[in-house]
Structures are given as C-alpha cells and as structure tokens.
Write a new protein. Sequence first.
Length: 57
Amino acid sequence: MLPSDPLMLLSFINTRLRDEYDSLDALCDALDESAEDIKAALGKIDYRYNEELNQFK
C-alpha cells in the first residue's frame, strides 16, 4: 500500500500525518505498517521523524 519510492513515501506520510493522524504510531496502526520500517526507509534519504512537529524533516 505504501509507495516504494522514498520521496513519494515522504510526501504520502507527511500529508497523512498533517491531515489525518496526530502521531506516527496512530498512522502506522491505521495502515498496519511498521513505524520502524518507515523510519528506516526515510532515514535512507536523511529524513527523521520529529514528534513535536509530527512530520519527517
């Protein structure tokens, strides 16, 4: 279900976090995805999850 391209994944995740979910854990629970897998995939393009902003930066 998640985009495989890292930049598309970044856009998808940040948009969903902004519009629908108050945390990465809530998003992952709803999508039945692993937060660690998402963090690892986006870490490869030097993006990290910022809990205070609820987005990857």
